[in-house]
Design a protein around this ligand. Structure first.
Ligand code: GFB
Length: 317
C-alpha cells in the first residue's frame, strides 16, 4: 500500500542544503504541509531535536541534513564528517520514533560501498570489503544511518527507509574550491579561467576516475517516489546511469562555459574511488526513471552559479 502525502505534515531536515532545498521544491506540487526548522535548531543537540519533534509532530521526514563535502573536505575534517553525521542521524531517527512519525526517508551516499566493489554496484555489495580511504568517515556515518533505520524497523516497527544517491549536482551546490564536489569546482574554475583569459585550468588527480552524476531535482523526485511506494528494510540505490571520466566531465564543463584552453592535471591531488557506478535496477523495476540529461543539467547549474555570483560556500547539506 502506498503512503499518501496529502494533508500530511512533512519535515525536510536540511532544507537549506542542495538536496533539502530540491525536496522542498518538489513537495510544492504535493498537497502536504512542508515543515522546516530555522537555523537555531542544532540537529546535533538531542534535547533540542526531541523538543522540536514533540512540538511539530511531523507525519513524515525527509532526512537530508548532513555535513557534506568533496574529496578534500572529507579528508580535512574527518571528525566533523563522522561526529556531526552520526549525531544528526541518531537524533532525528530517535526523535521521529518518539513523536510517532509514520515514515522517514534517510539519505546516504554511494561512498558507503567498498572501494573495489563490482560495477555497477548493487545494494547487496554493502559491507563486503574495505572502504575508500578519502571518504571513509562520511561512509561509516552513512552506513550507520542505514542500520539505524533497519534497527528501528525491527525493534520498534518504524517504517524508516534509506535511499543511496550517486554523486549529485545542481542548483544550490557549494562552489567553494576547497570543500566542493568536482562539478561545481570545475564550473567555477572554467568560468574564472575564461574570464581571466588563462591558457589552462587545473583538474585534480589523473582525470581517469569515473563518476556517475545525477541532477538533484531527479533525486528529489526519486525520494518522493520512494516515500510513497517503498517500505522495505533494504536501502535503495538512486543513480542516473550517466557515467563519465573526470577528463570527459572537465571537457563537457569547458564546452558549457566556453573555456577553450587546456586541462592541466594536478597529480598531487587524490583520485579517490576509481569508479562508483550504481546498479539502480531495483528502483527502475519499481517504475522510477531520471529525466534530466547531464548536459542540460550542467548548463542549468552554470546559470545558477552565475546568478549566485559563485558565492555559495558551505559544509552543511
Ligand atoms: O566530487 P569529488 O570531490 O568526490 O571528486 P568523490 C571526484 C573526483 O573529481 C576525484 C576529481 O577524482 C577528484 O580528484 N576532481 C578533479 C576534483 N578536479 C577536482 C576539483 O577541482 N575539485 C574536486 N572536489 N574534485 C565524494 C565524497 O567522493 O563522493 C563524498 O567525498 C560523497 O563523501 C560523494 O560520498 C558522493 O566522488 O571522490
Amino acid at each position: 500500500m502506498s503512503f499518501d502525502l496529502s494533508d500530511k505534515r512533512v519535515y525536510v531536515a536540511g532544507h537549506r542544503g542542495m538536496v533539502g532545498s530540491a525536496i522542498v521544491r518538489r513537495l510544492a506540487s504535493e498537497s502536504c504541509e512542508v515543515l522546516t526548522a530555522d537555523r537555531s535548531l542544532d540537529l546535533r543537540d538531542q534535547r533540542a531535536v526531541n523538543d522540536w519533534f514533540a512540538q511539530e509532530r511531523p507525519d513524515a521526514v525527509f532526512m537530508a541534513a548532513a555535513r557534506v563535502g568533496g574529496i578534500a573536505a572529507n579528508d580535512a575534517y574527518p571528525a566533523q564528517f563522522l561526529y556531526d553525521n552520526l549525531m544528526i542521524e541518531a537524533n532525528v531517527v530517535e526523535a521521529a520514533r518518539r513523536a510517532a512519525t509514520a515514515k522517514l526517508l534517510m539519505l546516504g551516499s554511494s561512498c558507503i560501498y567498498p572501494r573495489e566493489a563490482n560495477q555497477p554496484i548493487s545494494e547487496d555489495a554493502l559491507l563486503t570489503g574495505p572502504l575508500e580511504a578519502t571518504n571513509q568517515w562520511y561512509a561509516i556515518a552513512k552506513i550507520a544511518g542505514i542500520r539505524l533505520c533497519q534497527a528501528y524497523r525491527i525493534e520498534h516497527g518504524c517504517d524508516f527507509i534509506s535511499a543511496m544517491p550517486t554523486n549529485l549536482y545542481g542548483p544550490g551546490d557549494n562552489f567553494d574550491l576547497d570543500t566542493s564536489h568536482v562539478l561545481p569546482a570545475l564550473l567555477r574554475k572554467a568560468h574564472e579561467a575564461r574570464e581571466a583569459g588563462e591558457a589552462e585550468m587545473t583538474v585534480w588527480g589523473s582525470g581517469k576516475p569515473r563518476r556517475e552524476l545525477l541532477h538533484v531535482d531527479d533525486l528529489a523526485d526519486a525520494c518522493v517516489f520512494l516515500m510513497r511506494e517503498y517500505s522495505g528494510a533494504e536501502h535503495v540505490n538512486v543513480g542516473s546511469g550517466e557515467e563519465l571520466t573526470i577528463t570527459e566531465l572537465a571537457q563537457l564543463v569547458a564546452r558549457t562555459v566556453g573555456f577553450e584552453g587546456r586541462l592541466a592535471f594536478d597529480s598531487s591531488r587524490p583520485d579517490g574511488t576509481p569508479r562508483k557506478l550504481l546498479d539502480s535496477s531495483r528502483l527502475k523495476a519499481m517504475g522510477w526513471r531520471p529525466s534530466i540529461p547531464l548536459a542540460e543539467g550542467i548548463a542549468a547549474t552554470y546559470r545558477d552559479f552565475l546568478s549566485e555570483g559563485g558565492r555559495r560556500v558551505r559544509l552543511d547539506g
